[in-house]
Design a protein around this ligand. Sequence first.
Ligand SMILES: [Zn+2]
Length: 254
Amino acid sequence: MSQAAAGRIRARPRLARLNAGGPESIADGVWVVRGGFPSRTMNVYLVRDGGGVLAFDAGIEAMTASVALAARQLGGLTRIVLGHGHPDHRGVAPGLSDVPVFCHPDEVADAEGDGGMHYFNLSELAPHGRVVLGAMLGAWDGGPVKVAGTVSEGDDVAGFQVVHLPGHAPGLIGLWRPSDRLALVSDTFYTLDPQTGLHGHPRVPHRAFNWDTEVARASIRKLAALEPNTAWAGHANPLTGDVAAQLEHAAATT
Ligand SMILES: [Zn+2]
């Protein structure tokens, strides 16, 4: 065996490890990079954007290398569009400082500031959740972001329409593609209990982290009215099946 061939064989396990956290294709021109601790439930979406990809949402700081690598495999990172500016959604942006960051106008101050922490109310959590999530928020955050520009309701972003879905955060946005009824919606809803890590039905995000819970409820109804085929949120797995009915139920009961 030549030395080069031996090198290729030796390299294979390392590549497999790198690809284990790599981009997972979820729709035409759309990938998800899953990462984060404790259980890889942080989603960063990569969307075909010309010859490269944009990132929708920016996860946590620890995902910086995996997002950069995944984007490089897909032609390079063109821009970052924040679904919202919370610590676990802006994490990789400061470490990729040559990539311009965009968000909704109502989110600029928090993305450039404390990540919305000024309206979080951790006393709404159980005592153990207060301790664990209080520590996690600091560990997840990459810190303040410099916003290069804004996107608003109805704007086109790489073939998706921007939908303003405020409540969890004032400037929370989703991306909506009518051709395949795909919605990428950041934390418009949760399917994961942030205190227990248990997965379940969609629900209104936990009020401890909401700018305005009743407005968040109205935004879930706004998303339901679009009748998505699939809705991917900022954490965990997508909603499929009768998405609108599940969202209406969430808005009405949680
Ligand atoms: Zn959030």
